[in-house]
Design a protein around this ligand. Structure first.
Ligand code: HGY
Ligand code: MN
Ligand code: MN
Length: 407
């Protein structure tokens, strides 16, 4: 019989990290072979622990410990990663969730509420032009449009899903049996390392909007086209990216804006780029300020496009509102940390999470453990084992206090 102990969560993190399309860091994109193999291995692992395991049409997986009632207390995180990411982002919440549900069940017996350890199929948005598909599908926030979003090779989410053998028909109503959700996650920032606290209790998760900026100029010969006769899309894009960063620095914390990807076509050393596409990710804890800022950025870029006689097309493809975490659950976590004598800090999350999607329709909470040097979405992402165990200990206490009582 398999056992799950807090210690072997570390080993399991190393094990889960082996399911990767890259050798530099971890790359496990939605519906890729690494994603499929990792998911199948986790299903087998949960079954070996005695969970009853089921999945939905999007590919989310649930390890269920049936309670006396069908109200579900859900914990978990996402299986997918960014490209060349770390081995903790998402994976820690998945493995800690499995462990904490298993351990409380073995310690206290059948719970009053049903416990489920969730493996969300996709959160990062690192393959298709959409994001948070897993948690949005669960709460009924996903749509056919999400499943038509394409990857760089032109495959849609749905084509990739079905190619993997996930052919169950999609339904977009969402689940209504989830009473609350808690996600354990690495902080991915430096606040806890700077404050020296063991844990972060998230009070709210910032809103974020993601865009593609498409600049169209004229490709031409690099040698025969005088500088004053060019419609260079890459020069205009460079000026736009500089303006985006300047205006966001001027707007000050906690605004952040990131141009994470850029493609120039035709992409020859001796051809003036005629087409450039870059992505933009902008975040702030207050949605109104976020929307005003993205409009200001677009206005500045339109002016640059006009000045450089190029065309600009801006398309927003992700809007995730800022979401406060459930006050009662935040207080409960505060009490539990006090009882366990673990120092903790109430804080915003600058990173987006499944908890902010689920938290729009179900009471949700997030618990952070420190990230060394605040590094994340990077192969050197790291959290000390003791910090990992602190997070699991609090998660176990929270689940036991919520699932073994009637109200
Ligand atoms: O982008 C984010 O904040 C999260 O890691 N998906
Ligand atoms: Mn994450
Ligand atoms: Mn992430």
């Amino acid at each position: 019989m398999m056992l799950s102990t807090r210690e072997n969560v570390h080993q399991k993190l190393d094990w889960l990290a082996t399911f990767s399309e890259s050798t530099l860091g971890v790359t496990r994109l939605l519906y890729s072979k690494a994603w499929k193999d990792a998911r199948e291995a986790l299903i087998a692992y949960m079954k070996s622990l005695g969970f009853s395991v089921y999945e939905d049409a999007a590919g989310n997986v649930f390890g269920r410990i049936q309670g006396e009632t069908d109200d579900v207390i859900l914990t978990g995180s996402h299986l997918d990663t960014v490209k060349n990411g770390g081995k903790y982002d998402g994976a820690y919440g998945v493995l800690a969730g499995i462990h904490a549900v298993y351990h409380t069940w073995k310690t206290y017996g059948t719970p009053y509420k049903t416990l489920e350890a969730a493996i969300f199929c996709e959160e990062e948005g690192s393959r298709f032009k959409t994001a948070y598909i897993g948690s949005r599908y669960i709460v009924g926030d996903a749509s056919e449009e999400d499943f038509s979003a394409e990857d760089a090779a032109g495959h849609s989410v749905n084509q990739a899903r079905e190619a993997l053998g996930l052919t169950a028909s999609l339904s977009f109503t969402g689940r209504s049996d989830i009473e609350r959700f808690i996600e354990l996650h690495i902080e991915q920032g430096q606040q806890l390392e700077q404050s020296g606290d063991h844990l972060g209790i998230v009070k709210a998760i910032v809103g974020q909007q993601r865009f593609t900026y498409q600049i169209s100029g004229s490709a031409n010969h690099a040698g025969t086209t005088p500088m004053n006769m060019r419609r260079d899309a890459l020069e205009a894009a460079a000026l736009m990216i500089t303006a985006i960063n300047r205006l966001t620095k001027e707007a000050g914390d906690p605004f952040v804006a990131t141009v994470g990807t850029i493609e120039a076509a035709p992409g020859s050393v001796n051809v003036i780029p005629g087409e450039v596409t870059f992505t933009l990710d902008v975040r702030h804890p207050e949605d109104e300020k976020l929307t005003a800022h993205v409009l200001q950025l677009e206005k500045a870029c339109v002016a640059i496009a006009d000045e450089h006689n190029v065309k600009l097309d801006v398309q927003r493809f992700v809007t995730i509102e800022a979401v406060p975490m459930d006050e009662q659950m935040v207080n409960d976590l505060h009490e539990i940390c006090e009882q366990e004598q673990l120092t903790h800090k109430l804080m915003y999350s600058g990173a987006g999470h499944d908890a902010q999607v689920v938290g729009r329709s179900v009471p949700a909470a997030m618990l952070f453990v420190p990230s060394r040097h605040g590094l994340s979405h990077h192969p050197d992402e790291y959290t000390e084992p003791q910090y990992l165990e602190n997070g699991i200990a609090i998660l176990e206490k929270a689940l036991s206090s919520w699932a073994w009582k009637e109200k």
